[in-house]
Design a protein around this ligand. Structure first.
Ligand code: NAP
Ligand code: G4F
Length: 342
């Protein structure tokens, strides 16, 4: 019988790549979808007709218990979150509820449905394996570079704080109840499916608009921030590998190389044959209340224990995104960008 996976955040960037990957591995894939009529879920279903949908919301404990009861998954991937850092200052409480408390609700749903009592032990002798989407944002103001599984956390946003709560809770369920619950501490990963509010996609869309004569400038915030950017398609494979390991452990996933936003802009404009300095305008209002200046992964553990390595380089990723957005805009499609966000 096919193994069954339940993915929260199925309509997001990672949800779509993970669904695609698991379908390719022969899984029966279920996605948790919230809302009465979620257009992002409808779009995703058109793309992947084989993904089955179960209704639920990370804010609603009962709905998660029902979803786990119905799907009877072998593996649960908790990707659902409010994931845009600036939004976490605007709606801190909601971010805490979805990105932080949502992890507790999902773990509780698994614990209850697999019959794990407060004293431990599984009634049906089954274990549902659980993956939590932890984030390099938890390192925040970094205490060392590069960052590994033992680096201390100093989150710099309500989002980072909520992720740290979910991270420690996942460890706690593993230690308290013997559950197979792991966290992937993933560094920034991008793709042509990235939301338009994140800087890489904002840049690739900006370049495509300028190249096609649809815009004449691109406004950005802090050009000096440095990130370890990889390709989302590579990173979902690491999520799956973590749940196939013999022992539940946490892993850092990234490329080990960092670039600044300035270098990102330079590479993206160059990929379209343009000089970035003619078009990029810096805007102080796009800076954050507290910035994460740099993030750089030390993914040695994942390489040694999971055999995982990123395949797509920074330059290949940037070129892939710019080319995809040039095609998209040339076809008359332009993903809506809420310009009230940075
Ligand atoms: P994304 O594109 O922003 O997707 C977020 C998903 O969360 C969407 O499918 C959204 O569904 C869902 N969601 C929001 N509120 C929800 C709720 N109340 N109940 C259930 N689902 C809800 O994020 P992503 O880039 O794919 O990232 C996936 C996960 O990895 C997130 O947890 C993110 O924080 C984490 N992460 C991402 C990165 C990265 O660089 N991409 C790095 C580290 C960690 P709707 O369609 O209903 O809004
Ligand atoms: O693309 P970003 O918005 O991503 P950020 O804040 O690093 O968060 C992403 O990666 C995390 C992993 O570390 C995830 F957990 C999280 O869910 C999300 O996927 O911003 C990257 C950098 C920041 O330093 C920001 O200040 O780019 C800088 N930046 C400069 N100008 C900008 C802009 N960011 C955005 N979104 N828009 C700008 O105009």
């Amino acid at each position: 019988m096919a193994r069954r996976a339940l993915i929260t955040g199925i309509s997001g960037q990672d949800g779509s790549y993970l669904a695609e990957y698991l379908l390719g591995q022969g899984y029966e894939v279920w996605g948790l979808a919230r809302g009465q009529a979620n257009p992002r879920v409808s779009r995703m279903r058109k793309q992947f007709a084989d993904v089955r949908i179960v209704r639920g919301d990370l804010l609603d404990q009962g709905s998660l218990i029902s979803a786990v009861e119905r799907v009877q998954p072998d593996e649960v991937y908790n990707l659902g979150a409010i994931s845009f850092v600036p939004m976490s200052w605007e709606q801190s409480e909601l971010t805490g509820e979805v990105t932080g408390m949502g992890v507790l609700r999902m773990l509780e749903a698994i614990r209850v449905c697999s019959g794990v009592s407060r004293n431990g032990g599984t009634a049906r002798g089954e274990q549902i394996r659980f993956y939590q989407a932890s984030s390099s944002e938890m390192f925040g103001q970094v205490s060392e570079t590069p960052q590994n599984e033992r680096t201390s956390f100093h989150p710099r946003s309500p989002y980072g704080v909520a992720k740290a709560y979910g991270h420690f809770l996942t460890q706690n369920y593993r230690e308290s109840y013997g559950m197979f619950a792991v966290s992937g501490i993933l560094f920034n990963h991008e793709s042509p499916r990235r939301g338009a509010e994140f800087v890489t996609r904002k840049v690739s869309l900006g370049v495509a608009r300028i190249k096609l004569g649809l815009a004449d400038e691109l406004r950005l915030g802090n050009l000096e921030a440095r990130r370890d950017w990889g390709f989302a398609g590579d990173y979902v494979q690491a999520m799956h590998l973590m749940l196939q390991a013999d022992k539940p452990e946490d892993y850092v996933i990234g490329t080990g190389r960092m670039k600044s936003v300035r270098e990102l802009a330079e590479a993206a404009f160059a990929a379209a044959g343009l000089d970035w300095e003619r078009y990029v305008v810096t805007d102080q209002t796009l800076h954050r209340p507290a910035e994460v200046d740099l993030l750089c992964a030390d993914p040695k553990k994942a390489r040694a224990q999971l055999g995982w390595e990123p395949k797509v380089s920074f330059d290949e990723l940037v070129a892939m995104m710019v080319e995809a957005d040039l095609r998209l805009l040339s076809n008359g499609d332009d993903p809506e960008h809420d310009s009230s966000w940075p």
